[in-house]
Write a protein that binds this ligand. Structure first.
Ligand code: KMH
Ligand code: ZN
Length: 312
């Protein structure tokens, strides 16, 4: 059976996201300065790709391109990291809003979510009673009745405006096995080009659960659908983060860590920085006698346009 490609291990760090809220951790990067510093720290520790969202001063997610432009140039000046901008944005944003930052910045990579789904953040409400900001409770509560919309038309639109229009390549976010088949459909139609960077996601309520059987199944089906036309990466939410990415590295995959996906560095211990999570998985990867990819190596593997062709 054809197998996924294995070169060095690409570490992606997703430094802030739009899931967690300021009450959950004092270490969550919020301001442009904090997001830039977190990105630089993650790169110093060994991340070659930085996956980015933006936030307002109160910590709520924002699609405002002006906010992205406050931290993107700082990251570019201080690192050679690949900048990957989210097109998933945050709950409640329209598709146009979700694309605004990426269209302004014309980065080397963006995320591309491969299906519509329920995206349940509300179970976190059981663990927190006092929130620092009113918006946090609403944000979590609203997820009971929110569809994270990524229709076939939406996906085609993103492929056209960012892929064709800006030479962007994609982190294909796959929250369930069906999303792999959707990606295969776009591959069959020639609308996405190998090598694909498939991000298998485990443990989001509404998507596939964080069970090892699912990790193996995702790998098997991705091998079957994409053969050597893809690189596989894995992220898992919350306490499943480190063990799932470790298993992915052992199985020939790449890894994503960062405070977007988990606020913890060990059981019951909040991560004080994105850097610490990257350093931890880097140690594990190297202890497994695997090598971590530099940003230049990641660019070569994924066929990126280069850091000199971005719009920031
Ligand atoms: N928050 C992750 C589970 C995106 O930004 O487009 C998925 C994600 C989506 O990173
Ligand atoms: Zn994201």
């Amino acid at each position: 059976m054809p197998m996924l490609r294995r070169d060095k291990v690409i570490i992606t760090c997703a430094v802030t996201g739009s899931i967690h809220t300021p009450t959950m951790s004092p270490w969550l990067p919020i301001t442009p300065q904090e997001i830039a510093d977190a990105s630089i720290g993650a790169w110093e520790a060994g991340a070659s790709i930085i996956h980015l969202h933006a936030r307002n001063p109160d910590g709520s997610p924002t699609p405002d391109p002006d906010v992205f432009m406050e931290f993107l140039p700082r990251i570019k000046q201080s690192t050679d990291a690949v900048v990957n901008i989210s097109t998933g944005g945050g709950h409640g944003m329209s598709l146009d809003e979700r694309l605004a930052g990426a269209l302004r910045a014309s980065p080397e990579m963006t995320s591309l979510n491969m299906g519509s789904m329920n995206f349940g953040l509300f179970p976190i409400l059981d663990k927190i009673t006092d929130f620092r900001h009113d918006w946090e409770r609403h944000h979590l509560e609203n997820s009971r009745d929110f569809i994270f919309r990524n229709t076939f038309k939406d996906i085609e639109h993103i492929l056209k405006v960012l892929g064709e229009g800006h030479g962007v390549r994609f982190e294909f976010e796959c929250y369930d096995i069906g999303h792999l088949y959707t990606l295969a459909h776009f591959l069959d139609r020639g609308l996405v080009k190998p090598p694909l960077f498939v991000q298998s996601i485990f443990g989001i309520l509404g998507g596939i659960g964080a069970d090892e059987e699912n990790l193996m199944h995702a790998r098997r089906i991705a091998d079957k659908l994409f053969g050597d036309a893809y690189y596989w990466s894995v992220l898992a939410a919350g306490r499943h983060q480190m063990n799932f990415v470790t298993m992915a590295a052992m199985l020939g995959g790449n890894v994503r860590v960062g405070l977007e996906d988990s606020l913890y560095i060990a059981k019951g211990e909040l991560a004080k920085s994105n850097r610490d999570q990257v350093a931890k998985i880097r140690r594990i990867i190297e202890d497994l006698s695997l090598e971590v990819a530099t940003p230049a190596e990641a660019r070569g593997m994924l066929g990126l346009k280069g850091g000199d062709l971005v719009g920031f």
